[in-house]
Design a protein around this ligand. Structure first.
Ligand SMILES: [Zn+2]
Length: 91
């Protein structure tokens, strides 16, 4: 068996059913920020949209539909543009 040839691709998932944080900064990702989250990865971190689809979550008692987006970049994590997380908060 030979190793499959893969890009060093970093892939992230954005879901209307799961709230998480950006892998590269402190931005909130997912839930009602779905579209905003996709744009965030594209605009801030150079990702591109690979796939958007419906997914059924939950258990058999209470299934619900979520929309899931998959974004990827061929840049390695250490090559991604990152912004220093320095924020001045005025008390
Ligand atoms: Zn981010």
């Amino acid at each position: 068996m030979s190793e499959p040839i893969t890009d060093t691709q970093n892939v992230v998932h954005v879901s209307t059913g799961i709230g998480t944080g950006c892998q590269h900064c402190t931005q909130s990702i997912g839930l009602d920020r779905f579209a905003e989250s996709i744009n965030h990865y594209i605009q801030e971190h150079g990702y591109r949209l690979l796939h958007v689809g419906q997914q059924t979550e939950g258990d058999s008692q209470e299934p619900y539909q979520t929309t899931v987006a998959v974004l990827g970049t061929t840049l390695r994590a250490d090559e991604l543009p990152s912004r220093p997380q320095v924020k001045v908060t005025m008390g």
